[in-house]
Ligand binder design. Sequence first.
Ligand code: NAD
Length: 248
Amino acid sequence: MTRTAIVTGGTRGIGLAIAKQLSEDGFSVVIVGTREKEAYAEQLKWFDENERDYLYVTGDISNKEDRIHIVKMSVSHYGKINLLVNNAGVAPKVRADLLTMSEESFDYVLGINLRGNMFLTQLVANQMTQQEEKGIIINVSSCSAEVSSVNRGEYCVSKAGVSMLTKLYADRLSSEGILVYEVRPGVILTDMTSTVQSKYEKMIEDGVFPIRRWGVPEDVALAVSAFAGGKFPYTTGNYIDVDGGFHI
Ligand code: NAD
C-alpha cells in the first residue's frame, strides 16, 4: 500500500534531498514550499522526469491557515498521512550577539522553526490518530540544539525547542501508535551555510568534523529514510546525529 509523506521546505537543500529519497523509498510525497509551484520548476523536474507520485503545496508553516491548508490538501489528495518530516527552518537574517539580538529576529526564527513545527505536528498528529494506519513524525533539528553559538542564539533556542517537541510528542503519541524521531545535522552544504562557508572549511580542515568533508543533503536524507522505514518499532523520542562525528 502506498505511504504518504509530507516534507516541509522540500524544494531545496536538505528538504529536496529528503523528498527524493522518500520517493525512492516508495512514498508519495507532499512537497511543501513557500512560493507558487512554477517557481520550483527546475527542482521538481526530477519528480516529473522519473514519473514519481507527488503533490506540490504552497504554504508558510508559520501561518495557521497555511498549516491547515497543507494538511487538508494532503488528506484530500491521498486520504491519509503516514509520515511528516518537519524540515523547514531558517537561520537569523543577520547574525547578532546575544546582547544585541532583536526581538523581531527572535520571533521570526522561533515562529518558523519552533511554533510552525509545533502546530503543524499537532494538526498532523490529530489526523494520524484518526487513521487506521498510524504514522511517523521526524523533526530536522540541529547540533545547535545542544551546542551554543552566541551570535545566533535564537536559532539554538529554536532547535533546542524542537528537540523537546520530539520528546513531548513521542511521549504523547506512543500510546496512539505514532513514533517520533529527530535528525540533527551538523554542517551541511546548502544555501543556509553558503555565507559561512570559509569558517566551516577551516573547521573541516582542522578535523573538528572527524569525517573530514562537508556533509551533503543526501547524508541527512539517508538518516530520515532509516527512521521513516519503520525499522525501529521499540524506539521513539530519539535522534541520529548527522555531523561527521562532531561531538563537543
Ligand atoms: P535551506 O535554507 O536550503 O532550506 C530551508 C527550506 O525551508 C527552504 O526550502 C525554505 O523555503 C523552507 N522554509 C523556510 N521558511 C519556511 C516557512 N515559513 N514555511 C515553509 N517552508 C519554509 O536550508 P537547509 O540547510 O536545507 O535546512 C533544512 C533544515 O535543516 C532546517 O531546519 C535547518 O535548520 C536544518 N539544519 C541545516 C543545517 C545545515 O548545515 N545546512 C545544519 C543543521 C540543521
